[in-house]
Design a protein around this ligand. Structure first.
Ligand code: DCP
Ligand code: MG
Ligand code: MN
Length: 342
């Protein structure tokens, strides 16, 4: 198979994959997604390799490892680093682009544009440039958004959100996904996934049979506002909210920190693919999607469908009523979210 079916939990070649990750990130940031993905593919197979590599040759021929990456691996084994990484560390443009991307709402292409077209050389330069709503909020809370959220606070948010939903309609189903669900001790943001049994794909495409699914999310958001939990809205659509939340402050104690929160409402038939996707990690998703292709499927945040490897013909979404269904159909042993934290 092209992709190792069961990567071992232990990565015997972390030094190598860390450097390759650096290079992959760089390619993504400077607008070469294909090159970035080429590195990612090599990272997958090298991190699954069952022992420390002793030469580039040994790596060559692993899935995604061709001659040029094998050379790089050899260089890392010999010198402990790579000239490419060293050069990047001295690249002003690249370093500035990486810094700008620390602002919520600034991705690789916006950062490059700020640098190349608007002469931005520092975070503070951004104050005098045209910013989107999201970017303005990212600047406003720049320091707060860089602080990780302790697990105890995540637990509180989970309880709060469950309460608010129960109050509106006890049939809501909610999952806090992302790094929280993978069991991490601290999280970067709060990733909330909602569904409701009456919100189905057919109800959403048939206006007559359903009149109010499109207000479900709005209802949740206004309730969270009323209760004082939300401080800023980045965007609110029918099925997706991005915003900022904060726990209520208690007199004579440290004020709480503003947090990024994403809330998504999925039709119930798309819920488990959405939960699966948002649970991650990124790297795990890349692995399982590559594996899905090999098994004759295509997996997205919306659905699992058959996809013919030869013709590319895609079938209708397969019925999925749990994460277990996804693992089973792909022929992969069940992995709890904590075991997807790579
Ligand atoms: N995701 C993905 N590909 C992306 C972005 C996200 O597959 N380019 C998926 C996997 C992530 C999940 O969405 O785990 C949530 O995205 P986050 O950026 O919130 O990442 P995490 O929750 O994993 O980490 P953090 O603690 O930094 O929020
Ligand atoms: Mg997250
Ligand atoms: Mn998120």
């Amino acid at each position: 198979p092209l992709i190792p079916i069961d990567p071992s939990k232990k990565n015997y070649n972390k030094r190598i994959t860390d450097i390759l990750s650096e290079l992959s990130k760089t390619e993504k940031n400077i607008g070469n997604p294909w090159k970035s993905q080429a590195y990612s593919k090599a990272i997958l197979s090298i991190s699954a390799y069952p022992k420390p590599l002793v030469s580039g040759k040994e790596a060559q021929g692993l899935p995604g490892v061709g001659e040029s990456i094998a050379k790089l691996v050899q260089e890392i084994i010999e010198t402990g680093t790579s000239e490419r990484v060293q050069n990047e560390a001295n690249d002003q443009r690249l370093q500035t682009i990486n810094t700008l991307m620390r602002v919520s709402g600034i991705g690789p292409s916006a950062a490059a544009k700020f640098y190349d077209e608007l002469g931005v050389r520092s975070i503070s330069d951004l104050l005098h440039r045209p910013l989107t709503r999201h970017q303005k909020i990212g600047m406003k809370y720049f320091n707060e958004f860089e602080k990780r959220i302790p697990r105890a606070e995540m637990d509180r948010w989970q309880a709060i959100i469950k309460d608010v939903l129960e109050d509106i309609d006890d049939r809501f189903v909610v999952t806090i996904a992302g790094s929280y669900r993978r069991g991490q001790e601290t999280c970067g943001d709060i990733d909330v996934l909602l569904t409701h049994p009456e919100f189905t794909t057919s109800s959403s495409s048939n206006e007559a049979s359903n009149s109010n699914h499109n207000v479900l999310l709005q209802l949740v958001i206004s309730r969270l506002h009323e209760k004082g939990y939300l401080t800023d809205d980045i965007s609110l659509g029918d099925v997706k909210y991005m915003g900022v939340c904060k726990l209520p402050d208690v007199p004579n104690t440290e004020p709480h920190i503003h947090r990024r929160i994403d809330i998504r409402l999925s039709p119930i038939d798309m819920y488990w693919p959405a939960v699966f996707h948002s649970t991650g990690s990124d790297q795990f998703n890349r692995w399982i999607r590559a594996l899905a292709i090999e098994q004759g499927y295509t997996l997205s945040e919306y659905s699992l469908r058959t996809k013919d490897k030869k013709t590319g013909a895609v079938g209708p979404p397969v019925r999925i009523s749990s994460e277990e269904d996804i693992f089973r159909l792909l022929g992969v042993e069940w992995r709890a979210p904590e075991q997807r934290d790579w």
